[in-house]
Design a protein around this ligand. Structure first.
Ligand SMILES: CC(C)(COP(=O)(O)OP(=O)(O)OC[C@H]1O[C@@H](n2cnc3c(N)ncnc32)[C@H](O)[C@@H]1OP(=O)(O)O)[C@@H](O)C(=O)NCCC(=O)NCCS
Length: 175
């Protein structure tokens, strides 16, 4: 299977935050944002794998700044690492200043998708080859996040989380 770069799975979605998308304090409702995040990330994972994908896990989501009604937001997703049948996708969310057009990052989400056949059986996906410095950093850290997600899901034992252990041991040795 031919390897792919993160650029090949790049997906951009732009949305206008309308009154129906907001909560009681006129900020974008978190659940609405998660819907847009999930769709953008799923398209990215599908572009990488060339397969139907399902969300296996939402590994991380941060709401750093509230997004006001009438804002224009852009969600940008790319596969950050591919494993056997699973792929980690990172979504960066930017809000656009209404007059200058300047973009400020307001959210980040990290999800895991699995490529499946028509019976829901996992299928292998192409390897991901990072290119830019940021893609290399995200690729390296993805293994730790996978182990944390699998540990929390009860799919691996603590002793199998080798990357996490190495992280804690290196932090301890620096003290
Ligand atoms: C995700 C799903 C296909 C996994 O099926 P499974 O029979 O458990 O398959 P496996 O144990 O072979 O796992 C498949 C892959 O998923 C990964 N995976 C499963 N749960 C995971 C989790 N919580 N975090 C990260 N990866 C996970 C496994 O590590 C494996 O990755 P790999 O093939 O790259 O090594 C299955 O659980 C499913 O269909 N879930 C429902 C998905 C869905 O409906 N999503 C919509 C949102 S509700």
């Amino acid at each position: 299977m031919k390897s792919k770069t993160p650029a090949e799975s790049h997906c951009i979605k732009t949305e206008f935050v309308l009154p129906n998308d907001t909560n009681h304090v006129q900020n974008l409702f978190g659940g609405k944002l998660m819907q847009w995040v999930d769709i953008t990330a799923a398209i990215s994972a599908q572009r990488h794998s060339g397969r139907v994908v399902v969300t296996a896990s939402i590994n991380h989501v941060s709401f750093e700044h509230p997004i006001r009604q009438n804002s224009i937001i852009t969600l940008e997703a790319k596969v950050s690492r591919a494993f056997n049948s699973s792929m980690e996708v990172i979504v960066d969310v930017w809000v656009e200043h209404p007059s200058t057009g300047e973009k400020t990052k307001c959210n980040e989400a990290i999800l895991t998708f699995v490529a499946v056949d028509q019976n829901g059986t996992p299928l292998p996906v192409p390897e991901l080859v990072p290119v830019t410095e940021q893609e290399h950093k995200r690729y390296e850290a993805a293994l730790r996040r996978r182990q944390l997600s699998l540990l929390l899901a009860g799919r691996i034992q603590p002793e199998e989380a080798t990357e996490l252990r190495a992280l804690f041991e290196s932090a301890k040795s620096k003290r």
